[in-house]
Design a protein around this ligand. Structure first.
Ligand SMILES: [Zn+2]
Length: 152
């Protein structure tokens, strides 16, 4: 399948492309948390040039902001977000990896005060390469990304 065909298939919305194969469902669950009504098309294990396989997600009628994308950065920092308007790619940006995540993930440490205090969870990104390490602002423990992906 040609990549451009996949992108052109929706009139207005968002295409998240070049998601590492296997991470598409994690991304999907974040989208559904934000917008349970979204009309979503998911392609898993699609061929991706010479780089093996990828997942791709198309969301119709919903335009992601860079803020939305940041929430999915842990799963696919190298994925590309295409904002589609009137069948055209209006904006294209990598999801990227922010310096920190606030209020998105629960701390895997069950003794962390973030579970009992009325605070937003906060994690600092330790490594820019996989496995990504996140350090909790509150208990100062570090966790690899697999601990976070488990709960979607
Ligand atoms: Zn913690």
């Amino acid at each position: 399948m040609r990549e451009t065909m996949a992108v052109e298939a929706i009139e207005n919305g968002t295409v998240i492309d070049h998601i590492p194969a296997g991470q598409g469902l994690n991304i999907l669950s974040r989208i559904q948390v934000r917008n349970s009504q979204a009309r979503v098309t998911v392609g898993l294990n699609l061929r991706s040039g010479g780089n093996g396989t990828k997942d791709i997600i198309k969301v119709e009628g919903w335009l992601f902001s860079e803020f939305d994308a940041a929430e999915m950065a842990l799963y696919a920092p190298n994925a590309t977000v295409n904002i589609i308007e009137d069948y055209q790619v209006r904006k294209k940006f990598p999801i990227g990896l922010p310096a920190e995540f606030t209020g998105i993930f629960d701390c895997p440490n069950s003794n962390c005060i973030s579970h009992t205090e009325p605070v937003a969870t906060r994690f600092y990104v330790r490594e820019q390469v996989r496995p990504i390490q996140l350090t909790c602002h509150f208990c100062e423990r570090s966790f690899t990304d697999s601990l976070f992906t488990r709960n979607g």
